[in-house]
Every structure is written in structure tokens, then in C-alpha cells.
Design a protein around this ligand. Structure first.
Ligand SMILES: [Zn+2]
Ligand SMILES: [Zn+2]
Length: 252
């Protein structure tokens, strides 16, 4: 009797596991927010799975982005993707951490703070405006932003604050908008990291960046040292080759 009871118990567990597996196989699996950079390029650009986008923006006191920069970002996304609606929700957070930050530290801050994730119709993006610089920075080549995961980016707002206070610097809205849209270009899979290149235009000296003159995806847009020359004519836009790649991957 003992043996048959045990057999029943084991069979029950087996059946439970089988049913659990069936459940996960027949439902529509929503892609997650914890994938490699570029993995959601098509899902961000097209409306195959997600028709809308929600952007969760968090910043500590003193590091709030200009609202005009967020409006520019919304327009950029609406003009380049097939989303019907983009919602940007900024909120102030309290944070004990201080920079400079490694990307691993940024990831763990995201783990603590992120509340918005993909749902059935909505793809979610997380943006942290950091109260510090990027750890690896040296000299004047300071990083302004980094897209580090399929739907996550950090903007090094302390670096942008310092830069925009410098004599002769472009105004803050221009620097923020250029940094936000450049990093979104990486989420969109540019260059060659999720949106296939229609023609070869990746910079051999700067991975995932573009060779087209004055393109938003030039490597120098990401660094304060390159900013002065790059933004003389206002916010850079995507060049023809980058636009081709986006259109071929569900964008417009
Ligand atoms: Zn870049
Ligand atoms: Zn380009």
C-alpha cells in the first residue's frame, strides 16, 4: 500500500508539471524586458505585437530632464515607429547611491526601481537619469548615455548638467534630445545590432555606430568631447542609411 501511495504522489507531481508546461506553450508569450541590446528592435519599431509604448523615466532630485526634451523624444518615436501612442511618465526617486556608476550598478538600480514592463499591447522602456558619470570615463571623453539592454538606457545627467553649464556649450534641450534619440537608435537596433544593415555603414572604429556624415548615430554624439562640433547646426537627425535599416525592420 505504501508503494502505491508513493506512486500516486509521484504521478500527481508529474501530471502537474506536464500541465504547467502545456500552459506556457499554448499561450502567447510576450517578449521580456531583460534581453540583450537590439533584441527588441523590431518590436519597438513595428506594431506586430505592441501597438503602443510606455516610457518610465526616473531621476533623483536635481537631475530632472527638461520637459521639452521628453516631448522631442516622443515626436522622434512617433515619426520613426508604427506605434499609435507613446506615453512618457517621469517621476522623482530617492536614491542612496552616488556615481560614478558601472553598468552593472545601473542594472541593479533598474531592478530596484523599474515598475513598467511589457504587457499584451504595450512595450515598455526604462530610462534612468543618473546622478553621476559613467565609471569608465577619462578626461574629456565623457559618456552622455548608454543603452545597455533591449528596453533600458541610462542618461548620465550629471555629465550633461556639467556640460551645459560650460561656456559656449549647446543648450541643455539640444544635448538631452540628441542623447535620448541616439540611445533610442541603439534600442532600434542601429547600427547592425538588431536591425540588419541594408548597405554597409557601420563605423569600423566604433561598434554599432554610423559612418554617414552628420548622422545621429555617429559615435561622437555619445561623448561630450564630440558634442561641440556635432551640434553646431542643432539636433542631428538620422541619415539615409540608418533610415533604410529602420524601415526594413518595421519602422518608418
Ligand atoms: Zn552610441
Ligand atoms: Zn546613420
Amino acid at each position: 500500500m505504501k508503494n502505491s501511495t508513493r506512486l500516486f504522489y509521484i504521478l500527481s507531481i508529474f501530471m502537474f508539471i506536464s500541465c504547467s508546461n502545456d500552459d506556457s506553450n499554448d499561450g502567447n508569450t510576450i517578449p521580456g524586458n531583460n534581453l540583450n541590446l537590439g533584441a527588441s528592435a523590431h518590436d519597438l519599431l513595428s506594431n506586430d505585437i505592441f501597438s503602443t509604448m510606455e516610457i518610465e523615466v526616473v531621476y533623483p532630485n536635481g537631475f530632472k530632464p527638461q520637459s521639452e526634451s521628453l516631448e522631442n523624444l516622443e515626436q522622434f518615436i512617433l515619426s520613426r515607429t508604427n506605434k499609435t501612442e507613446v506615453t512618457i511618465s517621469p517621476r522623482e526617486i530617492s536614491l542612496e547611491n552616488e556615481g560614478p556608476y558601472t553598468i552593472d550598478q545601473i542594472r541593479s538600480i533598474e531592478d530596484d526601481l523599474r515598475t513598467s514592463f511589457n504587457t499584451e499591447n504595450k512595450i515598455s522602456v526604462f530610462i534612468f537619469f543618473a546622478n553621476g558619470a559613467r565609471q569608465s570615463d577619462e578626461g574629456t571623453s565623457n559618456t552622455l548615455g548608454t543603452a545597455y539592454q533591449n528596453t533600458s538606457m541610462v542618461i548620465f545627467q550629471e555629465t550633461i548638467n556639467n556640460l551645459s553649464n560650460a561656456v559656449g556649450a549647446p543648450n541643455k534641450v539640444i544635448i538631452e534630445t540628441a542623447t535620448l534619440t541616439h540611445e533610442f537608435g541603439h534600442l532600434f537596433g542601429l547600427v547592425g545590432i538588431g536591425s540588419e544593415q541594408q548597405n554597409e555603414h557601420e563605423d569600423p572604429n566604433a561598434e554599432a555606430h554610423c559612418t554617414t556624415e552628420d548622422c545621429l548615430m555617429r559615435a561622437e554624439v555619445e561623448f561630450s568631447s564630440g558634442i561641440m562640433g556635432m551640434f553646431g547646426n542643432g539636433i542631428p537627425d538620422l541619415g539615409a542609411e540608418c533610415l533604410l535599416d529602420l524601415r526594413a525592420n518595421g519602422g518608418r
